[in-house]
Design a protein around this ligand. Structure first.
Ligand SMILES: *Cc1c(COP(=O)(O)O)cnc(C)c1O
Length: 405
């Protein structure tokens, strides 16, 4: 059967849609605006009661003993790495495939980043490669819930505890995800979240670390506030002016205005997670008959937060390279992206001695991957546009032009 092939927009045809669809976007409702307005009219714009309320809400949502709110996901990683006691001479295992902040947090504290490869199916940190790279100097393992799918938590926890290392779960992609029946954020000793607008929920900029440890929580609360033992509100309540700076901290505080937005956004995460799962299920079904597209893995023992929908092209079946497929989808007004350039490839890490070629799964995945738009506010028409554009471009550029597997 010959399927008539529509002319691609990049070759002068009509684009699938007329307005660019971003790969991720925040959802802000009237309730959120009202919550923020209320905070702006209150006595506390920062270090006030709404921060503690948001921390309580977040901790309850993920089933953690403590949630410590900070000014970004990067600050959350920095605080978690600090709580884990990382310092000069310590090695920390980090996946080569992640956002650069997962590795940078180690460098802020003078630690040595040891990049490990990811699994070919899930693109999460590969415990087999961690086993090859772990040493007596390994102080921590940073594991990323790539695209929202929880990493191999049980294996990594066992490996970390056997070698005296701390597992830090970078759950920036995984708000609302679950692993073996438990919510992400209640499992690792330290789990970090990002509240950037492209993530599942937002406070503009913001981050959270969850932990079961009273000591870790107290240390991170000092760390986010210059290393001061009492914050301004606690000093007011105690009627004292004195305080002690016990260690070098930062100003990584989340404001009450942002916290008001956080508590309001968090209420809609259950419904937004369902919408993300629905969209992912539609993509998985719509592309199942395209042999030239490798779809993201799912796993029976965990649910993904579906922050990203990352496909990998089977390039041997294409007449063009990944860059051309990417440009063609952009021309159809589908705001595709690529997550991520392998971290050790960046010049900062090359200057530290990392060389291309050490992480074959990461590097192969990077050459073939494209991130499709996925966010809770997408309409059914938006989803259909993505499906139509991907099929249009993939069919036009497939060697056999074939669709059926
Ligand atoms: C977004 C992200 C971060 C950093 O979060 P910010 O809030 O942007 O600082 C860290 N790790 C991963 C994997 C991320 O995707």
């Amino acid at each position: 059967m010959t399927v008539p092939i529509a002319r691609l927009a990049i070759e002068g045809g009509v684009p699938v849609r007329s307005v660019m669809l971003p790969y991720g976007h925040q959802l802000v409702t009237d309730d959120d605006v009202a919550a923020v307005a209320g905070a702006l009219r209150s006595d506390w714009l920062t270090t006030g009661p709404l921060v503690a309320r948001f921390e309580g809400d977040f901790a309850a949502f993920v089933g953690a003993r403590h949630a410590v709110a900070v000014s970004s996901g990067t600050a959350a990683l920095h605080a978690a790495a600090y709580a884990a006691g990382i310092g000069p001479g310590d090695e920390v295992i980090v996946p080569a495939l992640t956002f650069v902040a997962s590795a940078n947090c180690v460098r802020y504290l003078g630690g040595t980043v040891v990049f490990a490869d990811v699994r070919p199916d899930t693109l999460t940190l590969d415990p087999l490669d961690v086993a090859r790279r772990i040493t007596a100097r390994t102080k921590a393992i940073v594991a990323v819930d790539f695209a929202g799918l929880p990493c191999e938590l049980d294996d990594l926890l066992a490996m970390a505890s056997a070698s005296g290392a701390v597992l830090i779960e970078d759950a920036a992609h995984a708000v609302g995800a679950t692993y073996r029946g438990r919510p992400v954020g209640s499992i690792a000793p330290l789990s970090t979240f990002s509240l950037h607008p492209v993530k599942q929920m937002t406070t503009g900029e913001g981050g959270v670390v969850t932990t079961a440890s009273d000591a870790h929580a107290a240390s991170m609360r000092r760390f986010r506030n210059h290393g001061i033992d009492l914050d301004a509100r606690q000093r007011g309540d105690l009627g004292t002016w004195t305080y002690d700076v016990s260690d070098l901290g930062f100003n990584y505080r989340l404001t009450d205005v942002q916290s008001a937005l956080g508590s309001s956004q968090l209420r809609r995460i259950p419904q937004w997670s369902i919408r993300r799962q629905e969209i992912a299920a539609r993509y998985l079904a719509a592309f199942a008959d395209l042999p030239s597209v490798e779809l993201p893995a799912t796993a029976g023992d965990r649910t993904s937060g579906w922050h990203l929908f990352v496909i990998r092209l089977r390039l041997e079946r294409f007449t063009v390279d990944r860059a051309q497929v990417f440009r063609a989808l952009r021309a159809e007004n589908i705001g595709v992206n690529v997550h991520y350039v392998p971290v050790p490839w960046h010049s900062y890490y090359r200057q530290l001695g990392h060389r291309r070629g050490g992480w074959p799964v990461t590097e192969d995945a990077y050459e073939r991957m494209i991130t499709l738009p996925l966010w809770a506010g997408m309409t059914d028409q938006d989803v259909a546009d993505v499906i139509n554009a991907v099929r249009k471009v993939v069919v036009a550029y497939s060697r056999d032009g074939a669709v059926a597997r």
